[in-house]
Design a protein around this ligand. Structure first.
Ligand code: NAI
Ligand SMILES: N[C@@H](CC=O)C(=O)O
Ligand code: NA
Length: 442
């Protein structure tokens, strides 16, 4: 006679962190205990929750108060599976390494750590024969890492373009639709549990850059760290940029772009970058509103794929954590291991100057003859081909007139565009280069 899953010896789970994500993980683990035991074949038992301070009322988590501890170092030695949701580099890294040394598999949502030092974690997992899963680290609830790593393992990915930060999408969407202010919208994102402990990580693009590094590593079987990713946040995006996007039937999104490209030396490499960009309203990513995330994958065989859903918040993120937890637990039950790091392609990450895209450039120029020709000459000097030019005449308060030139280019390298903009700024016919935005998604 076989023993029912609930009667088997439980797998011991240690939870590090009882914040937004940790709280949701604890609640869902408790409320779905019976179903999880059936799916895994053995029950899970929370043997401890590491918190920074004991004594706080955590009755809403549905756990016995005795499980809370401030001694995370001891806790990780008493578990089969450690779930790390404290975030940051240290002590998260040391705790994960210690857990692995003691034979525990690890599930983490910590993109900052994975993007900074993923290979150390992978190597430790391989050395100790344990698993490392981190689906929640990119785009929260959206299954994207396992689809890239497993479902698309037989394909060749060309490009991954993602809206992978809920906070910044929430802010840009509010600016676009209601004209809401920047600071007040960031505060709302914090209150809703989307923002990182320090929201600078969101608005300055660090969080998205970490996710771009993880996506690039997995999609291109190479090692890419957050330091390799070109990063610009959304703090410079102005109401004028949003209006310019609307005039072009575009919207402004903070995009993480990971591409396989041919570099200046003719060799294949990776372009990994995070920056605000215009995308046409007809592009699937343009319809991603509020704190939602989406990842658009272009692959040789599969063609275009779009993964969409909630990229932030306690329960959505906990859903991905629990999915990983079940995968790790099943491997424990069957005695197997999930896949380890795949970095065999070892592609170099190319400098931002070699990234190729289109640009939207707005210039405040003198309203007189010859200006357009002088501006066009500068673009030609740097081999940047112009796709469209639009001119708007603006009448000043004193009755004088100026013109705005709005230029959209064909694809050019970032280096050529930067040199063009620098030379334009020197022209005596150009009063100001008022905005330069990249244009993605044809
Ligand atoms: N909140 C979200 O929407 C998402 C968060 N993540 C990631 O999940 C992780 C956790 O994020 P949140 O839950 O939002 O953060 P949080 O700040 O709400 O929770 C972290 C908790 O860890 C505790 N903590 C910090 N150091 C500790 C230590 N040494 N020992 C014990 N506890 C400690 C803190 O007191 C806090 O309660 C981070 O890596 C974050 O990047 C990933 C996807 C989405
Ligand atoms: N702060 C992040 C949370 C998820 O990773 C975001 O806003 O997307
Ligand atoms: Na995910």
């Amino acid at each position: 006679m076989t023993t029912a899953p609930a009667q088997q010896t439980p797998l011991r789970v240690a939870l590090l962190g009882g914040g937004v994500v940790g709280g949701s993980v604890a609640r869902l683990l408790t409320s779905q205990a019976d179903d999880l035991a059936q799916r895994i074949g053995r029950p899970l038992e929370i043997v401890g929750v590491a918190v920074r301070r004991e004594g706080r009322d955590r009755s809403d988590l549905g756990l016995d108060p005795s499980v809370f501890t401030t001694d995370a170092e001891d806790l990780v030695t008493r578990a089969d599976i450690v779930v790390e949701v404290i975030g940051g580099i240290e002590p998260a890294r040391s705790l994960i390494l210690r857990a692995m040394e003691h034979g525990a598999s690890v599930v983490t949502a910590n993109k900052a750590l994975l993007a900074e030092d993923g290979p150390t974690l992978y190597e430790a997992a391989a050395e100790h024969g344990v698993d490392l899963y981190y689906e929640a680290a990119v785009a929260g609830a959206i299954p994207i890492l396992r689809p890239i790593r497993d479902s698309l393992a037989g394909d060749s990915i060309r490009r991954v373009t993602g809206i992978v930060n809920g906070t910044t999408n929430f802010v840009l969407d509010a600016m676009d639709t209601t004209g809401a202010g920047f600071a007040e919208t960031v505060e709302r994102a914090q209150a809703l549990g989307y923002a990182e402990a320090d929201p600078t990580a969101d608005v300055e693009g660090f969080d998205a850059a970490a996710k771009a590094a993880i996506l690039s590593s997995l999609a291109f079987h190479s090692r890419v760290s957050s330091a390799d990713v070109h990063r610009e946040g959304i703090t410079e995006v102005s109401a004028r940029d949003i209006a310019a996007a609307q005039e072009m039937d575009c919207t402004v999104k903070l995009l993480a772009i990971c591409e396989r490209v041919v570099g200046a030396d003719g060799r294949e490499g990776i372009s990994a970058r995070v920056h605000p960009a215009l995308i046409p309203l007809s592009h699937p990513l343009a319809s991603v509103r509020g704190a939602y995330n989406a990842v658009f994958v272009e692959a040789e065989g599969a063609g275009d794929l779009m993964f969409y859903g909630q990229g932030a918040g306690g329960d959505p993120t906990a859903s991905a954590v629990l999915g990983d937890l079940v995968a790790v637990a099943r491997a424990r039950v069957t005695g197997g291991r999930g896949p380890g790091e795949s970095a065999y392609a070892d592609l170099p990450v190319l400098p931002m100057g070699q990234a190729i895209t289109r640009y939207h450039v707005s210039l405040d120029v003198a309203d007189r003859s010859g200006v357009l020709a002088s501006v066009a000459t500068v673009f030609a000097n740097h081999d940047v081909s112009i796709e469209t030019v639009r001119q708007q005449v603006v009448t000043d308060d004193d009755g004088g007139s100026r013109a705005m030139l709005i230029i959209v280019t064909h694809a050019a390298t970032d280096a050529a565009l930067s040199a063009t903009v620098n030379e334009l700024a020197e022209l005596d016919t150009v009063n100001e280069v008022t905005s330069v935005m990249r244009v993605e998604g044809n």
